[in-house]
Design a protein around this ligand. Structure first.
Ligand SMILES: *Cc1c(COP(=O)(O)O)cnc(C)c1O
Length: 453
C-alpha cells in the first residue's frame, strides 16, 4: 500500500532558515527612501522594525539560526505533514505523482504563524510593547494576534473594511487572542482620514490598511510595525516549509519536477520553493517553480518591473517589484490574501531573471479544483490555496498530453474552514470571474511617478 502521509519528528524541525539572496546570480536592488529616493539605511527602518529583523532584511548570509524559543513554539504545530494526493491522482486518472505540504495545521490555520512567531519574538526581545499591522481577510491579523499573545505584546490590527463587515470570524479570533481590530479606513490616522475625505464609503484595501498601520508605528515611540509577506525576512522565515518538505520528499524517495504555490505577496511561494531553488542555482537537481495568481490581480504575468510603494498613500520605502501600480484596487474576489498590487524584491528579481514562472487563473476554475480536492482528499482548502490546485491540474493535463509522468509538489498553505461563505457562493453558481482589461492596467500604471528600473 502506498503511504499517504509523510511525517517528521519534532527533532527534525530545521535549525536554520535559508536566505536565497546568498545564491542569487543578480541580487535584489535596494529599497529607496520614499522622500529622497536614495537607498534606505537601517536608521530609516528603525522606527518600524526591531534591529534584528532589519539585519535579517539586508543580510547576505546563506543560513540564519532559528532561536531555540522560536523552534520550541514552532513545535506547537510543526513539523507539518506532507501528503501524497492519491485520491486526487485517481480522480485525475494520471500517472503523475502529486504531493502536498499542509500548512493549515497551525493554530491560525495557515502558513502565516511561521513568520508571526519570530517577528513577535524579536520585538519582545528588544522591549517592544505594542505592534500595529494590517490584514485583509484576517489570515495575517490572526497569525500575529496569536504570536503577540504568546509574548504579551499588545496588537492593533487595521482590517480592510469589506472583510471586517463580511468575514466576522477571523476578527473574533483576533479578539480572542487579545487584539484590538479597527475597520480600515478609520478616522484614527491621517492616511485613513485622507481616504475617507475622498470617499466616505471606501470599502478599504490592503494598501490603505498598510498606510494606517505604518503611520501608527511611525508616530508612536512604543509601537513597531509588522508585515506578513513581501519583505525579505518574511520570505526567509517561511523557508521552514521547504526545508521540511525536502526531508519529506527524501523520505518518500522522490524529488519534485514542478513545485506550485499560490501567490499574494510571495511568502508561501518562497517558503516552499526557495530551498529547492538552491539546488537549481548551485548545479543540483532542477525543479520548475510556478507561482499562481488570480486573473483579477495579475502583477506577475501582466504587471511591470519598476520601483513602487508597498502601500496606497506612499509611506513605505519604494521596492523594486512587479506591480500593477499602488493605486490598483483589485476586484472583490474571494481569495483575499491574493489581492495585493505588487510582489517582493527577491521574487521580482527571480522572475525577471527567468528563474521562476508565473500563471494566472480565474476564481471559478480555482473553486472547481478546490471542490474536487475536498471530495478526494478531505481537506477544504483556503480560497488562496485553490489556485495552486487548479495549476496542478493544468500541469497534469499538460503532462498527459505530452505522454510524460511528472512529480508535482504544491503548497496547501491553509484550510478554508473560515471561508465557507465563498464556497456557498460558488455552489450557488454566483461567483463571477474578473479579468482585468489592458485599459485598467494601463490607467493604473500611468498614474505612477516612481523611479523606473
Ligand atoms: C496570506 C495568504 C496568502 C498570500 O500571501 P503570500 O505571502 O503570497 O503567501 C496565501 N494563502 C493564504 C492561506 C494566506 O493566508
Amino acid at each position: 500500500m502506498a503511504s499517504r502521509k509523510i511525517l517528521l519528528d519534532e527533532s527534525e524541525i530545521p535549525t536554520h532558515w535559508y536566505n536565497i539572496v546568498a545564491d542569487m546570480p543578480n541580487k535584489p536592488l535596494p529599497p529607496l527612501h520614499p522622500g529622497t529616493q536614495q537607498p534606505v539605511g537601517p536608521e530609516d527602518l528603525a522606527p518600524l522594525f526591531p534591529m534584528e529583523l532589519i539585519k535579517q532584511e539586508v543580510t547576505q548570509e546563506r543560513w540564519v539560526e532559528i532561536p531555540d524559543e522560536v523552534r520550541n513554539l514552532y513545535s506547537i504545530w510543526r513539523p507539518t505533514p506532507m501528503y501524497r494526493a492519491l485520491g486526487l491522482e485517481k480522480a485525475l486518472n494520471t500517472k503523475c505523482k502529486i504531493y502536498y505540504k499542509y500548512e493549515g495545521t497551525s493554530p491560525a490555520g495557515s502558513h502565516k504563524p511561521n513568520t508571526a512567531i519570530p517577528q513577535a519574538y524579536y520585538n519582545a526581545k528588544e522591549g517592544v510593547k505594542k505592534i500595529s499591522t494590517e490584514t485583509g481577510a484576517g489570515q495575517w491579523g490572526s497569525a500575529l494576534s496569536f504570536a503577540c499573545s504568546l509574548f504579551n505584546i499588545d496588537c492593533e490590527v487595521y482590517m480592510v473594511k469589506v472583510s471586517y463587515d463580511g468575514k466576522p470570524y477571523r476578527k473574533i479570533m483576533m479578539n480572542t487572542w487579545g487584539s484590538k481590530v479597527h475597520p480600515s479606513p478609520t478616522n484614527l490616522t491621517n492616511a485613513g482620514r485622507q481616504i475617507l475625505a475622498q470617499d466616505p464609503n471606501s470599502p478599504g484595501s490592503l494598501g490603505i490598511a498598510i498606510s494606517e498601520a505604518v503611520e501608527v508605528a511611525a508616530m508612536n515611540e512604543d509601537t513597531k510595525y509588522a508585515l506578513g509577506s513581501v519583505l525579505n525576512h518574511v520570505l526567509m522565515h517561511q523557508t521552514i516549509i521547504g526545508l521540511e518538505a525536502m526531508k519529506q520528499m527524501e523520505k518518500a524517495g522522490d524529488y519534485p519536477d514542478i513545485i506550485v504555490a499560490p501567490f499574494g505577496g510571495g511568502s508561501n511561494f518562497a517558503g516552499i520553493t526557495f530551498p529547492f531553488l538552491q539546488n537549481n542555482l548551485t548545479g543540483g537537481p532542477q525543479t520548475r517553480a510556478v507561482a499562481v495568481e488570480p486573473t483579477s490581480c495579475p502583477k506577475l504575468t501582466r504587471g511591470v518591473f519598476r520601483y513602487d510603494f508597498g502601500d496606497t498613500v506612499g509611506m513605505t520605502p519604494l521596492i523594486p517589484m512587479y506591480t500593477l501600480g499602488h493605486n490598483f484596487i483589485p476586484s472583490p474576489i474571494h481569495a483575499g490574501g491574493l489581492r495585493y498590487h505588487g510582489a517582493g524584491a527577491i521574487i521580482s528579481q527571480l522572475l525577471k531573471d527567468g528563474l521562476i514562472e508565473a500563471d494566472a487563473i480565474n476564481q471559478n476554475e480555482c473553486f472547481e479544483a478546490g471542490i474536487l480536492f475536498s471530495k478526494t482528499e478531505g481537506i477544504i482548502p483556503a480560497p488562496e490555496a485553490t489556485h495552486a490546485i487548479a495549476e496542478v491540474i493544468r500541469q497534469v493535463k499538460q503532462a498527459e498530453k505530452e505522454g510524460v509522468s511528472k512529480t508535482i509538489l504544491f503548497n496547501l498553505c491553509g484550510h478554508g474552514n473560515f471561508d465557507l461563505g465563498s464556497y456557498e457562493q460558488y455552489l450557488a453558481g454566483k461567483l463571477v470571474d474578473f479579468e482585468v482589461t489592458q485599459e485598467q492596467i494601463d490607467a493604473s500604471l500611468a498614474e505612477l511617478n516612481t523611479p523606473t528600473i
